[in-house]
Design a protein around this ligand. Structure first.
Ligand code: SF4
Length: 504
C-alpha cells in the first residue's frame, strides 16, 4: 500500500474506529503513545499530504492540536531527511518537545549563540562556570565577533572538544528534527550546513519578524565612527578579540544610524528587515491561529483553515469599568487578584510591563512572576499545583499553556509601546492590529483542553471603543461564553457587523 493510502487508512481508523493498525510507520509511531487523532488533527494531516504546493498554510485556533499533525507529517513523509521547526520563544520550543517526545527522541533544541557560554571568555575573566551571576552572563556569551574562524583554530576549548556551543552544533547535525526559534531561523542552514531535503515548519508564524521594530538608544559615542583595532596594540589575542567584538557591535549600530540619518543622541524607532530565504527548503508549512499576509505569491500556496468550533459555555468574560490611567486602578488590580485567588487554584495575570510585575510582586509576594522564574518552570509548577498565582508579560499572552479551571486577568489591552498612550485610533492602526492579535492570543490561553473553563477578566474599559474587540467577544458569546460588561458598550449595527467579519 502506498504511504499516502496507509496514512489515510490510519487517520480513518483512528477517527472512526480507533482500531490498531500494525503495518506502517504512522501506526507504529502512534502505538508508542496514547494519541488518538481528533477529527481536526486528521483533517490537517490529510491536507498536508494532499497539498502539492511547496508552501502550505494551516490557520487553526489554539488548542486544536495542530502541533501533533505537523509532527506526524514531518516524521512520516518519506521525502524529508530533516525537519526544522521554528517557534517564537524558548517556552514554545519546550512545548514542541513535549509533543515530539511522544513519537521520537531523534531531535534537538537549538538556540542562538548568545544563549551559550564561551568558556574561553569565562577563563579570561576568571569566572566560575558552576555559578554565573545574571549580570555577568552577557559578558561571557558566545559571539561571532570574538569567536572568529581563525580564532577557533587556536582556542583550546574548541581543540579539546570542550566548547559547549560547537558541541551542541555537532550533536544537532545528524538529528532528524531541529527545533529553533525565529531569531535563529535565518542562520540555521549555514550553522548546520544543511544540504539534504528539509521540511521547514514555522509555527506562530505571525510572530516571525520579517521586519523588526526596535528602539535604538543613541549616545555620543555611538555617533562617532568606530576605528578598527590593530592587533599590534594588544598584549594578548583575547584582549584583541574583545576589542574587535566591541568594534563590530559599534560598527553595526553606526551603519544603522547612517542609513536612518540619525545624527543626534536620544531614543529612535528603527525598522530592521530580516531576510528569510526559503529557497533551500523542499517544503514550508506556516502555522498560526492568525496567519498574516506572507511575502509569497498565492499560486504557490495551499491553505487550510479550521473553524473555531470550541464550546465556550464554561467561560465568563468580564470587562471591568476601569483602566490603567484611573487613580483607583492599582488598588482594583491588586484587590481583584486577591479576590479571585480565593476562588481559583490557578490565576494567570497577563501583564504588559515589568512595572506591573513589580507592583503585583510587592503587594502579593506569593505571586510568581516571569521576572524571577522561567516561564517553562512556572507552567510546570502551576500544573503540579505548586504555584497558585503567576504573572508575566509577552509569553504569558502568546504561549502559556495551563489546562483546567482557571482565572485569567488581563491588566490592560496589550498595545505595543510607545503607541500605548495614543487615543487617536487612526494614528496607530498597526499598533491596534498588533494589540488585537495579542488580545486574541490572551483569550486563547483559556481553552487548552476539554476540562478548561473559568473566568477572563479584562481591566480595561477602553475595550468598548473598539468595535472589532466588541464584535470578537460577541462571537465568543455566540459560541457559549457569558460576556459581562461593567461599562457601557457601543452596539454594532448590521452593516458594521458585515464589515467586521473580515477582520482577522
Ligand atoms: S570555540 Fe569560540 S565559543 Fe567556543 S570556547 Fe572557544 S572562543 Fe568560545
Amino acid at each position: 500500500m502506498k504511504i499516502l493510502e496507509r496514512i489515510f487508512s490510519v487517520i480513518d481508523s483512528f477517527v472512526k474506529e480507533r482500531r490498531e493498525i500494525n503495518d506502517n510507520l504512522l501506526s507504529e509511531l502512534l502505538q508508542k503513545t496514547n494519541i488518538r487523532l481528533f477529527p481536526d488533527q486528521a483533517k490537517t494531516l490529510k491536507f498536508l499530504y494532499q497539498s502539492t504546493k511547496k508552501f502550505k498554510i494551516i490557520e487553526a485556533p489554539t488548542g486544536t492540536g495542530k502541533t501533533i499533525s505537523y509532527i506526524l507529517y514531518a516524521l512520516t513523509k518519506e521525502k524529508f531527511d530533516k525537519t526544522v521547526i521554528s517557534v517564537s520563544t524558548k517556552l514554545l520550543q519546550n512545548q514542541v518537545v513535549q509533543d515530539l517526545k511522544k513519537f521520537t527522541d531523534d531531535f534537538v533544541i537549538l538556540m542562538g549563540r548568545s544563549n551559550y557560554i564561551c568558556a574561553d571568555k569565562a577563563e579570561f575573566y576568571n569566572i566560575d562556570l558552576s555559578f554565573i551571576p545574571k549580570n555577568i552572563k552577557e559578558k561571557i556569551q558566545v559571539s561571532r565577533y570574538y569567536c572568529r574562524p581563525e580564532y577557533q583554530e587556536k582556542c583550546k576549548f574548541f581543540l579539546e572538544g570542550k566548547c559547549e556551543y560547537f558541541n551542541t552544533i555537532e550533536t544537532a547535525k545528524p538529528k532528524k528534527v531541529i527545533i529553533v526559534n525565529h531569531a535563529l531561523l535565518p542562520y540555521i542552514t549555514n550553522i548546520l550546513s544543511l544540504n539534504s531535503p528539509t521540511l521547514l515548519i514555522i509555527d506562530e508564524c505571525h510572530l516571525l519578524p520579517f521586519e523588526r521594530k526596535e528602539k535604538l538608544l543613541v549616545s555620543e559615542e555611538d555617533l562617532a565612527e568606530p576605528k578598527e583595532p590593530d592587533p599590534k596594540d594588544f598584549n594578548s589575542i583575547r584582549d584583541y578579540n574583545l576589542a574587535l567584538e566591541e568594534y563590530f557591535k559599534h560598527r553595526e549600530k553606526y551603519e544603522i544610524l547612517k542609513k536612518q540619518n540619525i545624527e543626534s543622541t536620544g531614543v529612535f524607532p528603527v525598522d530592521r528587515k530580516i531576510d528569510y530565504s526559503l529557497d533551500f527548503y523542499s517544503e514550508v508549512i506556516f502555522v498560526s491561529a492568525t496567519v498574516p499576509d506572507l511575502p509569497i505569491s498565492p499560486e504557490e500556496v495551499d491553505a487550510f483553515y479550521i473553524e473555531d468550533k470550541r464550546n465556550w459555555s464554561a467561560v465568563t468574560i468580564s470587562v471591568k469599568d476601569v483602566n490603567y490611567r484611573d487613580k483607583k486602578y492599582e488598588k482594583e488590580l491588586i484587590g481583584l487578584i486577591r479576590e479571585v485567588s480565593k476562588r481559583y487554584n490557578k490565576v494567570l495575570v497577563l501583564c504588559t510591563s515589568y512595572q506591573q510585575l513589580e507592583l503585583i510582586k510587592a503587594n502579593i509576594p506569593e505571586c510568581v512572576t516571569s521576572k524571577e522564574m522561567g516561564t517553562f518552570k512556572i507552567v510546570q509548577k502551576m500544573r503540579d499545583g505548586e504555584i497558585k498565582i503567576a504573572a508575566g508579560t509577552d509569553v504569558f499572552w502568546t504561549g502559556i499553556d495551563i489546562p483546567g479551571k482557571k482565572c485569567i486577568i488581563m491588566t490592560k489591552l496589550p498595545f505595543p509601546v510607545p503607541d500605548d498612550d495614543n487615543d487617536d485610533i487612526k494614528g496607530f492602526i498597526s499598533g491596534f492590529e498588533s494589540m488585537f492579535k495579542k488580545f486574541k492570543q490572551g483569550i486563547g490561553r483559556m481553552l487548552r483542553s476539554s476540562e478548561c473553563g473559568g473566568e477572563i477578566i479584562i481591566l480595561d474599559n477602553r475595550l468598548v471603543n473598539y468595535k472589532e474587540l466588541v464584535f470578537y467577544l460577541s462571537e465568543l458569546e455566540k459560541a457559549g461564553a457569558k460576556v459581562v460588561y461593567e461599562c457601557k458598550k457601543e452596539e454594532i449595527n448590521k452593516n458594521e457587523r458585515a464589515k467586521l467579519t473580515v477582520v482577522k
